[in-house]
Write a protein that binds this ligand. Structure first.
Ligand code: PEP
Length: 248
């Protein structure tokens, strides 16, 4: 049976000493865990957190990445710089990047291909706004984000792709999609992957749910057939709330 893939997105939180403390607590709490785990700290925390995670069962992630390798891109961080710190996974297309920083599907696709070219695993986030859901467009929005985000990605490279379904109205709001609603969209996402890459790849690709996942709702979400893990914001900022989710 597929493991769950449980990932913490720490967003723009913590300073180095707090991040090290939290990474140590999580490392200890999940050391015997059987699932796949990842932590994505802010860029400035990665080096310290990398030291803590070395030799552990937790992958080191980043929350974003430039679509270029190097050069005149003020304020950006390149895949080469991430690799230099030991980063193994990058979150791309997070709704905060799409909606606050206006990242387009085309830019996200360039980043996806750049990460894969450097053998960095990708978590590609997709998800609809509340008004899109209310207009019955949730599936169409996710489908477009997946098709455009994965444009030009080979079958071989799909080994290094995880999709995170994150309904934007559920992120950081305390509102969670019901397990049934989330599973329905996950099934649609798998349908799109099957159409693009065939049944085997669609079956093997991790599809995480993200949006106010916490210890009290994680078990029911993760029990659903098409939900293979979680991308976790708020509950990833405390070992007491992250570790219980890692056990399911
Ligand atoms: C996220 O930002 O990826 C997320 C799911 O946040 P939260 O768990 O806080 O809703």
């Amino acid at each position: 049976m597929k493991k769950n893939y449980i990932a913490a997105n720490w967003k723009m939180n913590l300073t180095r000493s707090k991040a090290v403390e939290l990474a140590k607590d999580i490392r200890e709490a999940v050391k015997d865990g059987k699932n796949k785990y990842m932590i994505a700290p802010s860029f400035t925390l990665i080096q310290d957190v990398a030291e803590v995670l070395k030799g552990s069962n937790i992958l080191l992630g980043a929350q974003n990445m430039c679509a270029e390798e190097q050069g005149a891109f003020t304020g950006e961080v390149s895949p080469l710089q991430l690799l230099d710190l030991g980063v193994q996974v990058v979150i791309l297309g997070h709704s905060e990047r799409r909606h606050i920083f206006k990242e387009t599907n085309e830019l996200i696709n360039s980043k996806v291909k750049m990460a894969l070219a450097h053998k960095i695993e990708v978590i590609l986030c997709v998800g609809e706004l509340l008004e899109e859901r209310e207009a019955g467009k949730a599936v169409a929005v996710c489908e477009e984000q997946i098709r455009k985000g994965l444009d030009g990605v080979s079958e071989k490279d799909m080994e290094n792709i995880t999709i995170a379904y994150e309904p934007v109205w559920a992120i950081g709001t305390g509102k969670t999609a019901s397990p049934e609603d989330a599973d329905e969209i996950h099934a649609e996402i798998r349908r799109v992957l099957k159409d693009m890459y065939g049944e085997e790849i669609a079956k093997n690709t991790y599809i995480q749910y993200g949006g106010s996942m916490k210890p009290t709702n994680a078990e029911a979400l993760l029990a659903k057939e098409n939900i293979d893990g979680g991308l976790i914001g708020g509950a990833g900022l405390k070992a007491e709330t992250f570790a219980p989710i890692c056990k399911f």
